[in-house]
Ligand binder design. Sequence first.
Ligand code: DGT
Ligand code: CA
Ligand code: CA
Length: 586
Amino acid sequence: MEISNAKLAKILRNVAAAYTIKGAGNIFQIRAYENAADSIEHSTSEIQDLWEEERLDEVPVLGKGIQGYLDELFAKGEVKHFQEVEKGIPEVVFDLLDISGIGPKTASEIGNLGVDSIADLKKQIKNGQLVEKGFSSKIAQKIMDGLREIENRGSRNLLPYAFVQAAKIVEYLKKNKDVINAHPLGSLRRMVATVGDLDFSACSNHPSKAVEYFCKMPQVARIVDQGENKATVVLKSGLQLDLLVGEPDSYGALLQHFTGSKSHNIKLRTPANEKGFSLSEYGVRKISDKEKVISDKLIRTETEEEFYKLLGMQTPPPEIREDTGEIEAALEHKLPDLVNLSDLKGDLHLHSNYPIKSPSHGPGADSIEDIVKKARKFGYQFVGISDHPPGFTTTSKEEMIDWVQKRTKFIQSLKKSTKSIRVLNGLEIDILGDGNLSVPDEALATLNYCIAGIHSGHRGSKEVITKRLMSALENPHVDIISHPTNRLLNERESSEADWEQIFKYAAKNNKLLEINAFPNRLDLRDDLVRQAIKFGVKFIINTDAHEVSQMDNMRFGVAVARRGWAEVKDVANSWDWTEFSKWFNI
Ligand code: DGT
Ligand code: CA
Ligand code: CA
């Protein structure tokens, strides 16, 4: 039986919910299941593959107990313990948990009100039955919104997951003697936040042999289509792959065509036709007029650079090939010099396991020392620790100040032993419902920097969200707004806000907007980055890592910045320490 990561995460979440509903198990057990589900969902490898290779212990935050249950699940298809924990809870309760905003308690309440399916729930909300039975009308409305979101939700793959799968496939392709070269293309090469199917090209003198080899890949579940020079297959994990094979003398044209985007390719036909060329995945041909192909001979474009040069233009970086002005800029030889991963000199949004009594949100898994070690490995010049502070409602002002002071002392003590890299002392604090911050100013004043973000009430109106963001920006201690739109890919839409007002204020007052590189965030979005740059906004690309391995996600944040046409001048953590520290007044 094949169990995808998404399905596995759902199985574990169900167990956590069952514990909660029954009041069995303690908070640590429940958290362990939820954390394991999070980790699996964000894993770039198929957990079942890892299990087959006896590498389950490499999955972060997966305890021995849960590893044992997964072993049972993959081997037998079921887990006795899970069945016992879930016994007596109707199936519909677990389905309800997929609706954003519905937790175990509400799901169980709905189950007890005689709702027996999601369809039935919709019906009972629409005809008012559920509210008549005493259910909150406000929550019923929230559920309807959540249901609509599920219906609109596509099943696209998160970029980092697609990225890792694609690397493995390219590696497989390159092993074949008939394959001279292979590349991942399509939306993946353009680094779009979510990827539909995965596209590949192969360069070969024997296309049909390369196609045959591709279709024989061990993970293939089904061959949808197999031709002389192309194929479409579906893998056991559900991923769909397209392959196009081209011969060496026209491989550049193939790379270009299959990278897309479709709208970029369509727009490109105009300058091509003006120069008397016709474009296709097979190459470039000379035409006498706009319709008729006079020569059947391909014009050699072995590389993409030769292809674009033939059209009299620069080669646009794949990330910006979306027909949003890049063709015009390339024709004028005025493409931007986009920021690169190698320009990055630090990461300021990192969560550690620094001791905390009642954290407001999930703490990190690794120590500050380990984070610093990893940052040094990247060759960073600076690194910032931005833990969540203690819970606002359960901590007095004095306790909060005391905790911040102790942590500051600890980080200062570390600085002495970490000479080659600057360790900065920050926090990621909540922007509360009324726009106030979850940590008093006295405590914020002692930090090197402060990140503020919205962590609840994302569905607020445009006015409310704008007001909350603005009031955080207006606090002199706040330097950065984290994940500004609060979208969660495949799960939650971006909050609405008056971005123009926010961009103007941020640009004028030297506030940075974060480009959060966490796989299901990639927030600020690429289109808003592009817009913000026009207002003079500066950004910081952060990973928001909750364990050191997630610090590797920086490249995906850089991809968002590049898709937004950002250059070094726009990204604060690509500046040298001198310039960076001046901005932060450190
Ligand atoms: P996706 O798969 O939804 O994430 O997005 P893409 O961009 O990977 O789209 P896909 O897989 O349908 O096609 C891959 C590339 O092939 C696309 O970016 C451009 C090229 N392409 C596909 N269909 C057409 C077309 O009808 N006309 C042209 N000119 N190019 C196309
Ligand atoms: Ca694709
Ligand atoms: Ca495709």
